[in-house]
Design a binder for this molecule. Structure first.
Ligand code: GRF
Length: 200
C-alpha cells in the first residue's frame, strides 16, 4: 500500500538552517511528509541553494515580477495549487505572505519565531533585534515559538514553544546562536504535531 505523503512548501529568504533541519528530521523521524517546493523572494540564498542540491523544485517569486500585489498573490496561490501543496512552513521568509495565501492555507501554515511569543513579536521584530530587545528587557529566559499564521504578524495561535535560559554574560549574538539551535529541534517537533492534527 502506498501512503500519500503530505506535501510541504518551505518559504525562505535566508540561510535555510531550519529548512535543512526539517529536511533531515523528516528522514530521521520517518514522517509521512515531503518537502516538494522551496519558495523564495530571493533568486539566490542558502535555502534555494540547498533545495537545488537536493533536487527540490524552487520558485523565485516577488511582487516586482507583477503589476499589482493582487496579481502576485493570485500567482502565488496558483503555483501552490499546481504543486499540490498541503502545508506551508515559513522559515525565515522576510516578506508578508499575501492574505489570499493565508486564507487558502488556514490551519495549514506555520511560522517559527526566535522568541517566546506573544513577547518580542510583531512587525520589525526579527533577527538580532529580537535578542537585543530580550536582553534590554532583562528577561531571564527566551526561546522559540512555532505558531499558525494568520493575517497579523506573529499573532496566530501558538502550536509549540521551547525555552532557552538567558545566562549572565549572554550577548544578542550568543542568544541568537542558542535560540537557532533550539529551533532546529522545535520546528520538526511542531511539524510532527501538525501532521498528527491534520491526519487525525
Ligand atoms: C530563524 O531565526 C527564524 O526564527 C526566523 O528566521 C530565522 C531563519 O533562519 N523566522 P534560517 O534561514 O532557518 O537559518
Amino acid at each position: 500500500m502506498t501512503i500519500n505523503k503530505t506535501r510541504i512548501a518551505l518559504f525562505c529568504s535566508g540561510s535555510g538552517s531550519n529548512f535543512k533541519a526539517l529536511f533531515q528530521a523528516i528522514k530521521n523521524k520517518q514522517l509521512a511528509a515531503e518537502i516538494v517546493l522551496c519558495l523564495s523572494n530571493r533568486a539566490q540564498c542558502g535555502a534555494m541553494e540547498f533545495a537545488e542540491q537536493n533536487a527540490i523544485p524552487t520558485l523565485h517569486i516577488t511582487e516586482k515580477q507583477f503589476g499589482t500585489f493582487d496579481e502576485f498573490a493570485e500567482a502565488m496561490v496558483y503555483r501552490l495549487k499546481k504543486h499540490q501543496i498541503d502545508i506551508i512552513l515559513l522559515a525565515g521568509y522576510m516578506r508578508k505572505v499575501p492574505d489570499a495565501v493565508v486564507a487558502a492555507f488556514a490551519g495549514r501554515m506555520l511560522n517559527i519565531h526566535p522568541a517566546l511569543l506573544p513577547k518580542f513579536g510583531g512587525e520589525g521584530m526579527y533577527g538580532i533585534r529580537v535578542h537585543t530587545a530580550v536582553l534590554e528587557a532583562g528577561e531571564t529566559e527566551t526561546g522559540a515559538t512555532v505558531h499558525f499564521v494568520n493575517e497579523e504578524y506573529d499573532k496566530g495561535e501558538i502550536l509549540l514553544q521551547r525555552r532557552v535560559p538567558v545566562l549572565p554574560g549572554d550577548t544578542a549574538e550568543t542568544l541568537a546562536e542558542k535560540v537557532l539551535e533550539c529551533e532546529h529541534t522545535l520546528y520538526p517537533d511542531a511539524l510532527e504535531q501538525l501532521l498528527s492534527i491534520l491526519n487525525a
